[in-house]
Structures are given as C-alpha cells and as structure tokens.
Write a protein that binds this ligand. Structure first.
Ligand SMILES: [Zn+2]
Length: 348
C-alpha cells in the first residue's frame, strides 16, 4: 500500500495512482488528518474518498504510532493517550473509542485499533504491561465499533494489532488474546522501530501460525524490496511503507537490478532508462541523465517521476509474488530473490 500521509501520496495525483499505477488501496494517517484539516471537516465534505477524490480503498492507522513517534509530552493511561500536537502544541486525547470514531468519520475502509507501540529496546516487564494494555484497548475499540457498524450502511473492517516488542512469547500471547475478537483481519505492529531486521521477521514468525488463514494479515510499516517476498513467505498479505515514496524524493531508486542513487556522477551522461525492465511512465520516457539533472536542479518533476517509478517497482514485486503463487512457483521465486540479494547486498 502506498502511503498517503496527508491524504496525498506526495508528488502524485490520484489519477497517477489509480489509472497509471493501478494501486487498489492506499494508506492515510489518522493522526495527521485528525490534527489538520480535522476529521469532522472531512466527514462534512463527504468523507475521505470524496475529499481526496480517490476511487480505491483506504486503510487508516489509528494514529497511535504517530503519537508515539511525533508528539511531545504524551501521557499514557488506561483511558488512552494524551498528547500535544506537533503542529501547535494543543492537547488532545486518543482513546480506543475516539480513534474508531475518527476513522469512521473519515470513512476508512480498513481501520486500525489504538495500540501502544513501545520503543525498542524495552524490558520484558514493560513490554508485557504495554501488550496487555494494547489487548484491553482492542477489546474496548471493538465493543465501541460493533454496535456502530451494525447501523452503518457502508462496509468497513477493523483490525486489532499484535504487539509485544521483540519478545516471541509476548507476541504469541497477544495474538491468542486478540483472536477472541474474531476480527476481519489482523495487523502486526511495533516493527521498524529501530530493531535489527532479523527481529522483525522473527516477530512475524511468532504470530503467524496462530492467525486465522482466511483473514488478511498486515505487517505494518515494512519493508525493503527484497523483504517483501520474505514477509509473504511468512504468511503476510498486506504491507505499507513510506520507503518507496520517501526514498524516491531523496534520489534513491529501486530497480530490478538493485538500488540506484541518481546523484552519482556515473549517471550524468547516461541516455538509458532508469530500469530497462520497468514499464512505468518514467522509465518509458526519460533517461537517467535527465532524471539526474532534475534531481541536481531540485526540480519538482523529479519527485513525481521518481515516486512513480519506485511505487511501480513495489507494485510490480507484489504482482510477481501473486503470479508466482498462482502458478505454484513461489518457493522458486523466493530463492531467486534471495540469490540476487545475496549477490548485491552491501557489507554492513
Ligand atoms: Zn520505472
């Protein structure tokens, strides 16, 4: 899922995303939209789909992750999390019920429960207390959500989030307790918080065997291109990541042959496309030399062309994965990706 933090995937129009890239779903951030322009304004203007003119599906997070990563002076209590806006310092509170209400006002298709995302590293004791609060918050979110959704004419889904820091026993226990909610899908959160990569995979492995096979599983905030098949191999169906779009703006491009740092001098006079194997608008029409020139000149067009390519690359990888699964060839596909990555990986 491309990330559209402020109800926009930076640098692209909704037409680029929908008609050109054919992205079926994007992610928007509840925390940001709650603070600006406000969920009530968006609701009054017909909901987020209409507000941003997006015909596809929208997944929203609960805002918890941003509260823990962006805002100052947050205070966690059983009721919820009180925080100061990073924009103007105003105090707000997110509770399990209020974050469901905000996401319903946005008209999100897939909503997330409020969870506590502990920093890494954290003690087992603190991680347990945090995980248990996350479970209680999920229960409260669902008790609030179920009667509301029963009256709703539109269909939505609410996913609880497995937490437990980097402790497999806590991850397992959290998963087991969340299963009682019989949710539409399950998310695995608390990854990409600075932990070494193997830990993220291990935490997915701890939860995966317990999660129902007929519901989507969503690994939040991952990953690098070569990691996407690794998560799928561990039973993950959905992922979101700012990497393809954020790195694109910084001139870091993902290609079928590995990463390209466009500012490098070797691209200065290169008439070839960024990625000969890519069919995106950028690769079909522009040379590396032109892209490098735009980047060096700080031109807006660079962000747009680069984002378009990087998202195409991510969506292509997911397309290749789906195709290989349908053909019964996913193990071979995974092996090819691993061999290729082993050949191109840089020393740590
Ligand atoms: Zn391309």
């Amino acid at each position: 899922m491309p990330v559209g933090t402020q109800a926009t995937v930076k640098g692209l129009s909704q037409r680029d995303l929908w008609e050109d890239l054919k992205a079926p779903i994007i992610l928007a951030n509840t925390y940001h939209l709650f603070l600006r322009p406000g969920h009530e304004l968006i609701r009054d203007l017909g909901g987020l789909h209409k507000f941003m003119s997006w015909p596809g599906a929208i997944l929203t997070d609960s805002g918890g992750f941003q509260v823990f990563s962006l805002s100052d002076l947050r205070r966690i209590s059983e009721e919820g999390v009180t925080f100061q806006s990073h924009l103007d310092g105003d105090t707000h509170i997110f509770t399990p019920a209020s974050t469901v209400d905000v996401q319903l006002a946005l008209g999100s298709d897939i909503m997330m429960v409020l969870d506590e995302c502990p920093p890494w590293p954290v003690s087992h004791e603190a991680a347990r207390a945090s995980m248990e609060r996350t479970v209680r918050w999920a229960e409260r979110a669902f008790s609030h959500y179920r009667p509301k959704i029963a009256e709703s004419p539109t269909r939505h889904a609410l996913f609880p989030i497995v937490q437990g820091s980097m402790f497999p026993d806590l991850r397992k226990e959290c998963t087991e307790r969340l299963l009682e909610l019989d949710a539409d899908g399950y998310a695995i959160g608390g990854l990409s918080v600075g932990e070494p990569r193997p830990f993220s995979m291990e935490m997915v492995e701890a939860s995966e065997p317990l999660l129902p096979k007929d519901r989507p599983r969503y690994a939040m905030g991952v990953g690098m291109p070569d990691e996407l098949p690794e998560y799928v191999a561990r039973g993950i169906d959905m992922m979101d990541c700012v990497l393809p779009s954020r790195n694109a703006r910084n001139g870091w491009l993902f290609t079928s042959e590995g990463k390209v740092v466009i500012k490098h001098a070797k691209h200065r006079a290169d008439p070839g496309p960024l990625d000969p194997a890519c069919s995106c608008y950028t690769c079909r029409n522009y040379s590396r030399a032109y892209l490098r020139h735009l980047f060096q000149a700080g031109e807006i067009l660079f962000s747009s062309l680069a984002t378009r390519h990087n998202l195409r690359r991510y969506l292509d990888i997911m397309g290749e994965i789906r195709q290989s699964i349908l053909l019964g060839q996913f193990p071979e596909y995974l092996k090819t990706v691993r061999d290729k990555h082993a050949g191109t990986a840089e020393p740590a």
